[in-house]
Design a protein around this ligand. Structure first.
Ligand code: ADP
Ligand code: ZN
Ligand code: ZN
Length: 758
């Protein structure tokens, strides 16, 4: 996101107090449940309404709730109904977060209400989740020996409770002491003055009963020392120019985050940490819990798999200021942290920061904006930063800090690139498992070591790739793989709309070309099971992980070596910190390359580099085997040499040539419908109007069936819009979508700064 304004201008008043002293205060309220409908009300005299407050409002004959968007003192043109009441005096949404919501709504072309829904999560809005209270019993006075003896004979149950409380030294919840059946005994003890019974909020810790041993700060090496100094200088100066921390895997970035966080806490400020996904990166969460274990309750975990009650508790504990370190995935960027000093975005290149359903915001980009709005410092860390961030560092928008040495003493594993073009096309293994990878797996099984197999599959696009020379048929204008459309026997570019006849033979080597058909983890699993009938093999993919905690359980089993071979999509590559793993195989690197996506090479490079940096964390050296039909591809070659700078220079050159991000902004306009003709018609209509309405510096591709032409029973048509600034797209397109009034049978979505072109 390169066009964040220096200071987003909130539409009306921000944060000011309006009440008795203003003659007429008009309060603009975003009414819950009325899709983005803002209505004006009058503030009754004496009611201290502020922007971001939750209020009760009259709506026709009933009452409902809403959030105050703005206050004005202009004279209303018609008499306004008064607000019913303030639900809470303090604004639920801070002024900075209100600005963030308004800015993001305009940028991503979504109603403000959708952004506010992210900021105030459902359980908090519903307010039904009152904090869970329970009776808590504390010892008030120690009984004398004589009293104890007497109680023992007359009321053994009371005596047992007293003994328990004396032993544990502090209070305990009634439920632990025996629940309601112990209540009478506790009441009797309270009457005798031995104990006190009170209601206490029960804190539902999502990390459960897990214990975290306190950890001591490590002695930093020179590079870490420097990085910490840069971060702390920015914190002291209130400088929110983002710091890009580019440090190779194992360079000790997390230790830098930990020590920076500790210092920011010392200053009395709070810290927000974004991670790709907690269930995939439990180590990061555990390291923060451990470091601050001596201050219980300081670290709040926001987890996507949390129950409503847990989310309610964590949200309020952050808002109260009890928890001052908040850790979570992209949505945690909206956490109600006050007095924010530092934001850390770990693995900032990770695609999971982009939300794939509405509002399709980018967590890292909004975090950068939030830091600016709150005068906080922000650190974006990665071994393989996104090209957007590298580009921003090159032109001085971000400050670059590097850590090129590994802090642990592990050597980088040996990486082999295996040329699948020369593998015998064996029926039994269907070109999926090479001889070499099979032998390597067998070797690990024999030695009792563990292996990971990665299938970096994204979507289902069919590209044409020659099995003999590896040549991929690409677009002349975009250099991206063309997608094969069976119905018309044509190859189509999904970014610019270029079409070509599918060649009968390979244009490079004249061999008869075949379709590269994506295959899934299930097929690989079947072949693995056939090859290694005695091995304990576990598959992880979206099908398996729908069950809550399924992934966590599998990763725990793997860590405990109850699984020999873990097979999965790129989701398992993030948590690759298993000392027992000595072999990582990438089944088919081309599956990630042959997709019509400007970031395909970048993502493949990042995946392979991360994998190579993480295999072999234990005592035994690791080995990485990458199977591919295009061993010469830049993404593969630079990854093999762990050369992030080389890859970035090469790839930025290509992106500039084709005016792809970060040199432009791309948005995907998608129309979905159960009826194919309606989807096609709606998009054609929109396309025609957009051609007229968009300024000349914007480009729009022909409407086409999406590379994934049908999903969830709906036909999908899309076109891609490119412009130098995102707001050019969002402003015009949102107007045209509103004008279209397409009815219920057609869904139109706009994905600004799209990461998914399928
Ligand atoms: P990164 O996040 O950059 O991949 P980590 O923070 O996970 O790297 O560090 C890799 C390993 O090096 C960890 O086991 C960590 O405990 C260790 N480590 C980090 N900093 C130091 C240091 N200054 N001295 C010794 N070991 C360190
Ligand atoms: Zn060929
Ligand atoms: Zn093209």
């Amino acid at each position: 996101m390169s066009d964040i304004p220096q200071s987003p201008s909130p539409s009306v008043e921000s944060g000011g107090l309006f009440g008795a002293e203003a003659a007429v205060s008009v309060v603009r309220v975003l009414v819950d449940g009325l899709n983005d409908m803002a209505l004006d009300y009058a503030a009754p005299p004496g009611m201290q309404v502020r922007r971001g407050c939750r209020v009760e409002v009259p709506l026709r004959s009933r009452k409902t709730t809403g959030t105050v968007l703005a206050l004005t003192s202009s004279k209303p043109e018609y008499p306004l109904k008064p607000l019913v009441r303030l639900i809470e005096e303090e604004p639920v949404v801070s002024s900075a977060l209100m600005d963030l919501a308004e800015w993001a709504a305009a940028y991503y072309a979504v109603p403000v209400e959708q952004m506010l829904r992210c900021i105030v999560p459902e359980p908090v809005r519903r307010e039904r989740h009152e904090e869970k209270k329970q009776k808590y019993v504390t010892l008030q006075r120690r009984p004398t020996d004589e009293e104890m003896n007497r109680t023992n004979t007359r009321a053994p149950r009371r005596a047992a409770i007293l003994r328990y409380l004396m032993e544990c030294g502090e209070g305990e919840y009634l439920s632990v002491l025996g629940g309601s059946s112990a209540l009478a005994s506790c009441r009797a003890l309270a009457e005798q003055g031995f104990v006190l019974i009170e209601e206490r909020a029960v804190y539902r810790d999502p990390a459960g009963t897990e214990q975290f041993a306190p950890s001591e700060p490590l002695q930093l090496n020179e590079e870490q020392e420097h990085a910490l100094k840069v971060v702390m200088q920015a914190c002291h100066a209130g400088d929110s120019r983002p710091i890009l921390l580019q440090g190779v895997t194992g360079s000790g970035k997390t230790e830098v985050y930990l020590q920076a966080a500790a210092q920011v806490l010392e200053q009395g400020k709070s810290v927000l940490i974004l991670v790709p996904e907690i269930s995939l990166t439990p180590q990061t969460m555990a390291r923060f819990k451990s470091r601050f274990a001596d201050k219980p309750g300081t670290v709040a975990i926001l987890h996507s798999a949390m129950s409503d009650g847990e989310r309610f508790d964590e949200w309020h504990s952050i808002r109260r200021g009890a928890a001052r370190v908040a850790i979570g995935p992209r949505s945690a960027l909206f956490a109600p942290v006050s007095n924010l000093g530092l934001i850390i975005v770990d693995e900032e290149h990770d695609a999971s920061y982009k939300q794939e359903n509405s509002p399709r915001y980018h967590g890292r980009d909004l975090a950068v904006l939030r830091a600016r709005l709150e005068g906080a410092t922000i650190v974006l860390g990665s071994a393989t930063p996104s090209l957007e961030s590298i580009f921003n560092a090159r032109r001085g928008k971000y400050k670059l800090v590097r850590m090129d040495k590994r802090a642990d003493n592990h050597r980088l594993p040996l990486t082999r690139v295996l040329d699948m073009r020369i593998e015998p096309k064996d029926k039994k293994y269907l070109g999926i498992l090479s001889e070499r990878l099979r032998c390597a797996l067998e070797d690990r099984l024999r030695k009792g070591e563990q292996s990971i197999l990665l299938l970096n599959r994204r979507g289902f696009a069919r590209a044409l790739q020659c099995p003999d020379c590896g040549h991929v048929v690409t677009c002349e204008h975009c250099a991206l793989p063309l997608t094969y459309h069976l119905s018309e026997n044509r190859l189509v570019c999904h970014i610019c709309g270029y079409r070509a006849v599918a060649p009968e033979s390979c244009p490079e080597c004249r061999s008869r070309g075949i379709l590269l058909e994506g295959y899934g983890t299930q097929k690989v699993e079947a072949i693995l099971k056939r090859s290694f009938p005695d091995a304990r093999i576990c598959r992880v993919d979206a099908d398996v992980t729908v069950r809550k905690n399924a992934l966590r359980d599998i990763l725990e089993d793997f860590r405990a070596h109850r699984i020999d071979i873990l097979l999965g999509t790129q989701m398992i590559s993030k948590g690759l910190d298993f000392p027992g793993v000595t072999l990582v195989g990438v089944v088919n690197a081309d599956l990630g390359l042959c997709v019509p996506d400007p970031r395909a090479a970048e993502r493949t490079f990042q995946l392979l580099t991360q994998v190579a940096g993480r295999a072999g964390r234990g005592e035994v050296d690791g080995e990485v085997i990458i199977q591919t039909y295009s061993p010469q591809a830049a993404a593969i070659q630079f990854a093999r040499r762990h050369d992030t700078d080389g890859f970035a220079a090469n790839e930025l050159g290509l992106r500039e040539k084709f005016a792809f991000p970060p040199f432009s902004h791309l948005a995907v306009l998608t129309v979905r419908s159960e009826h194919e003709d309606m989807a096609a018609f709606a998009l054609t209509t929109l396309h025609k109007r957009l051609l007229a309405a968009l300024p000349p510096e914007a480009e729009i591709s022909e409407p086409l069936p999406a590379p994934l032409p049908k999903a969830y029973g709906q036909f999908r048509y899309q076109c891609v819009i490119k412009a130098p600034r995102a707001r050019i797209i969002s402003d015009v397109v949102s107007t045209e979508i509103d004008r279209l009034a397409s009815g219920d049978s057609v869904t139109v979505t706009l994905d600004v700064d799209a990461y998914n072109f399928m």
